[in-house]
Design a protein around this ligand. Structure first.
Ligand SMILES: [Zn+2]
Length: 217
């Protein structure tokens, strides 16, 4: 089973991907992980761009993804997160999968309003000492300002500040709108209401997958 997952930052994409990966015994691949592996194994072309903080051109990204998809680990499927980012990449991916006699089964589009995402992000706290994550509403620490594990101070990350969150959502929307249209036209896109609790989202997604690909059960 080949899945693609879309969702704005902070919508719970990582949690959902990990639960699905566990359930269907397929790897969750994020472009970040693939890039790190490639750089560690000495891909100098990619390293050049990443080290300088430059946007990696489509051609280079595509090559890296195509190589990764051929690996044994991804034989029975995958959950792709962070790729494709452009419709050109989406077309390249279809072609690369076609060569492997595979196709994208479902594109999950996690949907939540900007206000919900901002609300959730601004409640997030991180331990300044050990890095443990909390949420003042859904994953409360025992003491308001201290870490349960090490008693370190709880701080708000720059990434979780309201202005940063709003900017990241805007960038995400601009980037993703053409892709959403692309997959809608191909009748692969399924919207998922991501304003609910992670477990609820997960069980709804299972129903979607079972309805669409019955052989997965
Ligand atoms: Zn701590």
């Amino acid at each position: 089973m080949q899945l693609i997952i879309f969702g704005p930052p902070g919508v719970g994409k990582g949690t959902l991907s990990d639960l699905l990966a566990d359930k269907y015994k397929i790897p969750h691949i994020s472009t970040g992980d693939i890039f790190r592996n490639e750089i560690n194994s000495g891909n100098s072309e990619l390293t050049q761009y990443v080290e300088k903080g430059l946007l990696v051109p489509d051609m280079v990204v595509n090559k890296v993804i195509e190589k990764a998809l051929k690996q044994e680990t991804f034989k029975s499927g995958f959950i792709l997160d962070g790729y494709p980012r452009t419709t050109d990449q989406a077309e390249f991916l279809e072609n690369a999968l076609w060569k492997l006699k595979k196709n994208i089964d479902i594109v999950l589009n996690l949907v939540a309003s900007e206000e919900e995402i901002v609300e959730r992000a601004t409640q997030r706290r991180m331990c300044g000492k050990c890095g443990a994550l909390y949420n003042l509403v859904t994953m409360k620490p025992k003491k308001k300002d201290a870490c349960d594990k090490c008693n370190g101070p709880l701080v708000q990350r720059k990434d979780d500040e309201e202005d940063t969150v709003r900017k990241r959502i805007q960038v995400y929307r601009e980037e993703t709108t053409p892709l959403i249209e692309h997959y809608k036209k191909k009748k692969l896109l399924i919207d998922v209401d991501a304003s609910k609790k992670p477990r609820t989202i997960y069980s709804e997604v299972l129903k979607i997958i079972e309805a669409k690909i019955p052989k997965q059960q």
